[in-house]
Design a protein around this ligand. Structure first.
Ligand code: TXA
Ligand code: MG
Length: 344
């Protein structure tokens, strides 16, 4: 299969959008840009298309998909028992990097929900993508458009690295602004609960819901996380990844030790601007300012992919404290490092 690229970086040429729509209507797969990461889209009400998504990604069938919608009114036919107060809040937070778990309606195929009684729904904050969903006249089921276990793609280049020849087309909407996936929030219990931390933090969501819990299964390896995706290996480059957390002095000491002990290895560093000039190494990626993690989030997955491109064998990453957006970033880093995280 040859994967077509529809260039929408400047939002022009709506004729192409119609061609992409035809692919979805015929049961094919089109990767879509969103503000978080690229999604691997298929017709969310067509079980056969959804099966193709799992195949293209090598995704375990028990990991359910997110349905992407273009208008909040679509919730009516996809879900049941939604609280009015939740609807009011979603009206304010959507479109945006928030996925909600709701009770599913009968029309949703089992492939989407992996047999669960609930469904994940999100309205992405990218105009071209909402326009596309609207033209498709169906919710678009879309997991991140990477091969299973690999870092999520934040550009068309990354999508093609994993999916060229495996999907019909990609809508190129340029680089994703946020760079890590949406917050997954369960709304099926008395209080909302974060099942996957993302750009919208607990603190931000508590401005709307007052009390928001975080799934205990996320950080306790003895509990099963409520979001099936959280239990899998994820975000892993080919290189080994080590995450170190500590103050400037201890962090730099620890890195220098690793560099001198592993002189036979190609090592890459992902560090902050204030570490500039502190290490002798050719593979350094700067992740912006430690006090504003938005840039780190934006380039995180792309940087892991770049390390592989440069045949780096060991990536040492400067970790951050697990609070605010740092919690979401560390959730991804711990997985890409297979829990190889050390305080120094
Ligand atoms: O930002 C995002 O959310 C991106 C873009 C493309 O929208 N999508 C994304 O999809 O990250 P994916 O499939 O990589 O992650 C979806 C997560 C998985 O951890 C999955 O287990 C969880 O949502 N999920 C889906 N349906 C669920 C359900 N009914 N109950 C609990 N968790 C669910
Ligand atoms: Mg994913």
């Amino acid at each position: 299969m040859k994967t077509k690229i529809f260039d929408f970086r400047n939002n022009q040429n709506y004729e192409n959008l119609r061609e992409a729509t035809e692919i979805i209507k015929n049961g094919g797969l089109v990767a879509i840009p969103t503000e978080t990461v690229y999604g691997l889209g298929g017709d969310g009400l067509n079980g056969e298309s959804c099966r193709k998504i799992f195949e293209a990604k090598n995704r375990p069938m028990d990991n359910p998909l997110i349905l992407h919608i273009s208008d909040i009114s679509e919730l009516k036919r996809l879900t049941r028992d939604v609280k009015d107060s939740d609807l009011e809040i979603l009206n304010k937070l959507w479109p945006g990097p928030l996925t909600v778990i709701l009770k599913k309606s009968k029309i949703i195929p089992n492939e989407v929900t992996a047999g669960l009684d609930t469904v994940a729904i999100r309205m992405p904050n990218k105009e071209i993508t909402r326009e596309f969903i609207k033209l498709c006249e169906t919710p678009i089921a879309a997991p991140s458009a990477n091969l299973s276990t690999k870092p999520s793609p934040t550009s068309t280049k990354s999508v093609l690295e994993d999916m060229d020849g495996r999907i019909d087309a990609v809508i190129d909407g340029g680089d994703c602004e946020i760079g890590i996936e949406s917050t997954v929030l369960d709304l099926t219990e008395e209080y909302p609960k974060i099942l996957r931390p993302g750009y919208y933090t607990k603190e931000k969501l508590e401005k709307f819901w007052k009390i928001v819990y975080i799934d205990e299964g996320l950080n306790n390896i003895n509990l099963t996380p409520k979001s099936p995706g959280q239990k899998y290996k994820h975000y892993a480059p080919n290189a080994e990844v080590q995450v170190l957390i500590g103050d400037d002095e201890n962090f730099r000491k620890a890195v220098k030790k690793i560099l001198s002990k592993n002189q036979d290895k190609k090592i890459g560093l992902m560090i902050f601007e204030n570490d500039k000039g502190k290490f002798e190494n050719e593979n350094i990626i700067y992740m912006g300012n430690q006090n504003d993690l938005s840039y780190m989030g934006k380039i995180l997955f792309d940087s892991l992919r770049k390390m592989d491109e440069n045949s780096v064998e060991l990536v040492v990453i400067r970790g951050v404290e697990e609070k605010g957006y740092g919690l979401s970033i560390m959730n991804r880093l711990k997985k890409s490092a297979s829990q190889n995280v050390r305080r120094v």
